[in-house]
Design a binder for this molecule. Structure first.
Ligand code: ATP
Ligand code: MG
Length: 293
């Protein structure tokens, strides 16, 4: 496969934890497709773009090799696959698929940090990340690769510790394990090929990346409007989360008060509204933002 057929390619996970959110992001960026008979490929109808649906493990290689122009993958998978060859470039973090690679052991161990695993055996599906971490911590341990069911290794006496992905911790708990130190924090990222696309697709590629960045920036962002006494403006601006410079407009027939509009980049909680009210704001409205550029 190569992109030399007049269409961009975006690699996404076919099914699994990142699949739905990846498609949501692509849809919110304005791309439309019909699910065809082709399981591997969704053809975008309104742009020359194909969505290539694969195992997440294959995404970094496809993008690094220029088989796909963009990809959506967990940082953990990207980091595990890093080698001396050409690598995919991270365009931006996407804010979903958050998880943590953690060391875990049975409770009986007197945990003094990763050095407690000195000379021990550690089972993991992420040997490269783990080895880099252990080297950084000055710990020599026997890292064994397990492709799945890593969490059973300590009970089976296959290993003293494991290094596995954790999001809620329920799987560890169910297996009687205690989470210890954090090895790697991960979330889904947009990655881009080091090989540029055909010249006539370059603008489309830039526009898709910019739209995705707009989708990420506006998710959670709110448009906030209120009336406020002029004297309280400094207090109000300090209270609004991630608001930058708000727009201030006169109110007809009122010299002492203004209307204030602001885009807040962070969540606006009830507590924030209560604080705004306490310094004199009134008629406070919080609106969702659909698109932002
Ligand atoms: P594939 O069939 O595509 O290889 P997989 O089984 O390797 O799928 P999933 O379990 O779907 O992968 O997880 C995909 C990604 O989701 C992980 O690599 C990680 O970045 C992220 N993730 C988020 N939370 C968790 C979690 N609790 N456990 C595992 N992965 C998680
Ligand atoms: Mg996988």
């Amino acid at each position: 496969m190569s992109t030399a057929q007049g269409r961009l390619r975006i690699a996404i996970q076919k099914s699994g934890r990142l699949a739905d959110r990846s498609l949501d992001l692509i849809r919110d960026a304005g791309l439309k497709w019909v699910k065809g008979h082709n399981e591997l490929l969704y053809r975008v109808e309104n742009y020359p773009i194909d969505l290539i649906r694969v195992r997440d493990d294959d995404i970094p290689t496809f993008v690094a090799d220029g088989v796909c122009d963009l990809g959506i993958v967990g940082e953990n998978v990207l980091e595990e696959g890093r080698n001396g060859g050409p690598n995919a470039e991270v365009v931006m973090p996407l804010g979903f698929g958050r998880c943590t690679l953690k060391l875990a052991t049975l409770p009986g161990i007197d945990w003094q940090g990763p050095q407690s695993l000195q000379g021990q055996r550690i089972a993991t599906s992420y040997p490269n990340i783990l080895k880099r971490y252990l080297a950084g911590e000055g710990v020599k341990a026997d890292v064994v690769l397990m492709r799945g069911a890593v969490e059973v290794a300590p009970r089976m006496k296959l290993a003293t510790g494991i290094c596995d992905l954790v999001s809620t911790g329920a799987t560890l708990e169910a297996n009687g394990l205690v989470a210890r130190d954090t090895v790697f924090e991960s979330q889904a990222v947009l990655i881009k090929s080091p090989t540029p696309p055909e010249a006539e697709l370059a603008d489309l590629l830039d526009s898709i990346m910019e739209r995705m960045s707009g989708v990420i920036a506006s998710s959670g962002a709110k448009y906030v409007m209120m009336n406020a006494p002029r004297s309280a403006l400094d207090d109000i601006i300090a209270i609004l989360p991630g608001a930058g410079s708000p727009t201030i407009m006169p109110l007809a027939g009122r010299d002492d008060a203004v209307a204030l509009h602001a885009v807040c980049q962070e969540a606006v909680f009830w507590e924030t509204l209560e604080k705004l009210k306490a310094v004199g704001a009134s008629a406070i409205l919080v609106l969702p933002i659909e698109k932002m550029m």
